[in-house]
Design a protein around this ligand. Structure first.
Ligand code: MG
Length: 368
């Protein structure tokens, strides 16, 4: 089987509500999505998506994905998409780094490989759990009352897991943490996501101030060096997200005991092929996982769900689904959707959901 054509679409995905990271530091209103259709000489078609969270969240941006695909396309054409490692190496040779540009191609290749074998991607990766995965909400709010309002909105949709964005003014952060903990339901999973917003000193001040609550913080500071510098000076469990980009990052975090949880975002780490290695490092070191695409449509959510299904149930805390935050649906209601705050793995071979091509507009590039 050979890749014969790649068609690239650019779609804007507006957010239903303006979204704030780090307690109001960064605002987002629309996501720039790149959809990639890969066709083969065997008649199979795979779809991939790359949707960074704007271009201020991490070093990844929508136009960069499309430029990266233009650079990599000549090296991918003619390869067998079922041989995902061959495609991965071709992309890494053609364009070192720029992992976020590679994930949509990797995803489309896994989609084709699944269809070719008659297996959902998770089963093709070795076996997917059918236990529904709880969806973590994303509580981008600034004040105590706004935070309560957003959590309430998600609870009404069945959500039992919440990622509460903090990392702004530390006194307000402490007040919001204490308030959320006071209304937390039994069994609810709550993660306080700092999104790199604190200095080392600010992180230690908040962590010591709420030590009695034993809550988990995600990405409390900018870099792994910062997180390493405060490790041992606080008692809070830590999840690492933005600083988990390469396999070397995963190895360092695990070896040095810098986190109890990996926040694996498939777009940031370069797709399913690379993320599966991080999963294995995590499992070998007793580290649990949150799994997300980064942002995007139901296609991106489904990609994340497949990886999450390959993680033992006890080690997969939650997935994150962006679909409930968008005002457009490029797949007409198909694919895994929120059912009582959970996503269920599709049994369809491959990814399990394709977009309505008519909803994507004209292609911005075609490579053949
Ligand atoms: Mg995070």
């Amino acid at each position: 089987m050979k890749i014969t054509r790649m068609t690239v679409f650019h779609v804007d995905l507006p957010l239903e509500h303006p979204y704030w990271l780090s307690g109001g530091r960064l605002k987002f209103e629309v996501l720039d999505a790149t959809l990639v259709k890969i066709e083969t000489d065997a008649g199979l078609t795979g779809w991939g998506e790359g949707t960074p969270w704007g271009h201020t969240y991490v070093p990844a941006h929508g136009p960069g994905i499309r430029a990266g695909i233009e650079t990599m396309a000549p090296f991918i054409m003619g390869l067998d998409p079922r041989r995902v490692l061959d495609v991965e190496r071709a992309m890494d040779m053609a364009l070192p780094g720029h992992l976020y540009a590679k994930s949509p191609i990797d995803m489309a290749c896994w989609d084709i490989a699944g269809q070719a074998t008659g297996l959902p991607i998770a089963d093709l990766m070795g076996g997917g759990s059918r236990a529904p995965r709880p969806i973590a909400s994303s509580v981008g709010a600034k004040t105590v009352n706004e935070t309560r309002g957003v959590i309430d909105r998600y609870r009404k949709r069945g959500y039992i897991a919440h990622s509460v964005k903090i990392g702004g003014d530390i006194d307000r952060d402490i007040a919001r943490i204490r308030d959320v903990e006071s209304i937390r339901n039994p069994g609810e999973i709550v993660l306080y996501d700092v999104n790199r917003g604190w200095t080392r000193q600010q992180a230690l001040r908040v962590m010591s101030s709420v030590e009695d609550l034993n809550v988990m913080f995600e990405q409390p500071c900018e870099t792994l060096d910062d997180i390493a510098a405060i490790a041992g000076k606080h008692a809070s469990p830590v999840s690492i997200d933005e600083s988990l980009v390469t396999l070397q990052d995963a190895a360092r975090i695990a070896r040095d005991g810098l986190a109890e949880v990996f926040g694996i975002k498939l777009n940031r780490v370069g797709g399913l092929t690379k993320a599966a290695r991080m999963r294995d490092i995590a499992l070998a070191h007793g580290i649990d996982m949150f799994v997300m695409a980064t942002g995007g449509s139901v296609l991106a959510d489904t990609e994340a769900l497949h990886l999450a299904a390959t993680i033992p149930d006890a080690n997969c805390l939650a997935v994150w689904a962006c679909q409930d935050m968008l005002t457009v649906d490029i797949a007409g209601g198909r694919g895994p959707r929120n059912r009582d705050g959970h996503l269920h793995l599709p049994e369809t071979p491959g990814l399990g959901v394709h977009p309505d091509e008519d909803a994507l507009g004209h292609p911005v590039a075609v490579y053949s």
